[in-house]
Design a binder for this molecule. Structure first.
Ligand code: C2O
Ligand code: CU
Ligand code: CU
Length: 553
């Protein structure tokens, strides 16, 4: 679907936009037992004299920064004052499917929804945004998004900057398309660059080690960040927590939804200023934001442009003056623990907005759950990109680790826990994922491209994480369950009755496996000899009979 904005794309004259730098807005902190988030429509002047319609959370644009301590119970009441449906998703948080705020957790206009979950994630930078089907790009772009900071004891032991707004700063980077009426349009690539909702932003930072929590909150643009003098900075954290050790670099690629925590040593630089840039001129042709003319046009494409000017002011009374050598040890599951491998192949060709991209030939269907994982299991996943564009792929409810890019271990900064991974055209990215939270058929998790144009255009599939035994206890209406599906071999089954006999049939009804027990109320069955395809498993016993479906790969 072509979005007909080309005609309406009259840029506000540069004068009206105002070249004057504005102080960077720092979202307020929200630290409460029960957090209230009110999502509503507003009007705001980002540019003097220009009214822009927005959506915001507890304010005109973006939302407060939620702070949670690991081990606490998070409780958030979300009130929808919009004239349309919304949802609220806790991106990166390890929460059960029904608390995840995905497309099934619709909040009607005028209604509220309360999420409650134990905070299990390690210290890190997460975020929240809406996830209603086909409205995510619009609502996130209009301003519904905010940071989540998780703190934990291990991080608290480290000598790191952590005074919010003083030496520890949230930095959400978004490109924006503002047309002459002041309207903010949902277009894949904008012509203006905002940080925390501030155009032409500057930030006063003390002359010491400071921490930037970077988030790419754009619809589609990929940033290649660096400082104007090519200085090194230290990446200390990725999407889902701290790295084992800081890694020094002078460029950082950040795709949609990705976060990175960065330390910058400004000791002795009082009175100086420094520009954080994005080097769009260094992006490959498959990346939204590069100069590739086949992709949608934007004045920021293919050029280096300023993101945020840092003005360096006197140090604080108790500054952090050095970057620690060691950070956190978040264990990486070994590949040997993987119970199976899934390959997700991306196909399609197109532009950022127009492309129809498929995952394993499939598109989003709200009523179809595409994969089922066993609770507590680890799996190896491959994202293989056979399309012409790079796609930032995201899984809900988990953090994963990147094992390889095209057979080679990833760079150091990508070796921490992550939940979005950029998969370039032609790449095969191998992950190991731990499925530690439950998501059943009513509220499955999503996995999708975090380019919000692609996500809204169905580049999204769904998965469940189940434990057949407890899932059955929770859903008395179901009489039997089996997982995982698809499977390559062994499945686990559970029934409400003692199973004595199992018959497996193919789609034509031919018996491919016949086993007699007794098995009891739960057990395992090896399907490796069964043919690939959709199979039915008939479980019989105690005069009862139940048929469940399982897909054999
Ligand atoms: Cu950040 Cu499914 O989303
Ligand atoms: Cu998410
Ligand atoms: Cu995509």
């Amino acid at each position: 679907m072509r979005i007909p904005f080309a005609a309406a794309t009259i840029l506000i004259p540069a004068l009206l936009l105002g070249q004057a730098l504005q102080p960077l807005a720092i979202p307020p902190l929200l630290e409460a037992d029960t957090m209230h988030l009110v999502v509503a429509a507003h009007t705001h002047q980002f540019y003097p004299g220009v009214n822009t319609a927005t959506y915001g959370v507890n304010g005109p644009y973006l939302g407060p920064t939620l702070v949670w301590q690991q081990g606490d119970t998070a409780r958030i009441a979300v009130e929808n004052q919009l004239a349309e449906v919304t949802t609220m998703h806790w991106h990166g948080m390890h929460v059960p499917g029904e608390m995840d705020g995905g497309p099934h957790s619709i909040i009607q206009p005028g209604e509220s929804w309360t999420a409650e979950f134990p905070v299990k994630n390690p210290a890190g930078t997460y975020w929240y945004h809406p996830h209603p089907h086909m409205l995510t790009a619009k609502q996130a772009n209009l301003g519904i998004a905010g940071f989540i900071l998780v703190r934990d004891d291990a991080e608290a032991q480290l000598d790191l900057p952590r005074t919010y707004g003083v030496d520890d700063f949230p930095v959400v980077i978004q490109d924006k398309k503002i047309i002459s009426t002041g309207e903010m349009v949902t277009y894949p690539l904008g012509d203006s660059l905002w940080v925390n909702g501030t155009p032409n932003a500057y930030l006063e930072v003390p002359a010491q080690v400071v921490r930037l929590r970077l988030l790419n909150g754009s619809i589609a643009r990929i940033f290649r960040l660096g400082f104007e003098d090519d200085r090194n900075f230290d990446v200390i954290g990725s999407d889902g927590g701290l790295l084992p050790a800081p890694t020094a670099m002078n460029r950082l690629m950040l795709s949609n939804g990705e976060r990175a925590e960065v330390l910058l040593d400004l000791t002795g630089m009082e009175g100086d200023s420094l520009l954080l840039m994005s080097y769009g001129n260094e992006l490959g042709q498959s990346m939204p934001g590069s100069g590739n003319l086949i992709l949608e046009y934007s004045t920021l494409n293919g050029i280096a442009f300023p993101v945020l000017r840092l003005r360096i002011v006197p140090p604080t009374a108790d500054p952090v003056t050095a970057v620690p050598n060691l950070l956190a040890s978040i264990p990486v599951p070994s590949e040997a623990t993987s119970v199976r491998t899934r390959t997700k192949t991306i196909t399609g060709n197109g532009m950022v907005a127009m492309g129809q991209f498929l995952i394993n030939g499939l598109q989003f269907d709200m009523d179809v759950v595409n994969d089922t994982m066993l609770l507590g299991s680890n799996e190896v996943w491959h994202f293989v990109n056979n399309s012409n564009l790079a796609h930032p792929m995201h899984l809900h409810g988990v953090s994963f680790f990147v094992l390889e890019r095209n057979g080679v271990p990833p760079p150091q900064w990508e070796r921490g826990p992550k939940d979005v991974v950029l998969v370039d055209a032609g790449e095969d990215v191998k992950l190991i994922v731990h499925f530690g939270e439950l998501a059943g058929a009513d509220f499955p998790y999503m996995y999708h491209c975090h380019n919000l144009m692609h996500e809204d255009h169905m580049m999204m599939l769904q998965f469940m994480v189940v434990d057949p035994v407890t899932a059955l206890a929770d859903t008395p209406a179901a009489h039997a369950l089996v997982a995982p599906s698809p499977t390559k071999g062994v499945v686990r089954f559970a029934a409400q009755f003692a199973v004595e006999h199992i018959t497996v049939r193919d789609l034509l009804g031919r018996v491919v496996l016949d086993r007699s027990g007794p098995f009891g109320k739960e057990g395992t069955l090896d399907l490796s000899v069964a043919p690939a395809g959709v199979l039915t498993m008939e479980l019989g016993g105690q005069g009862k009979r139940e048929v469940v479906r399982v897909v054999k790969e």
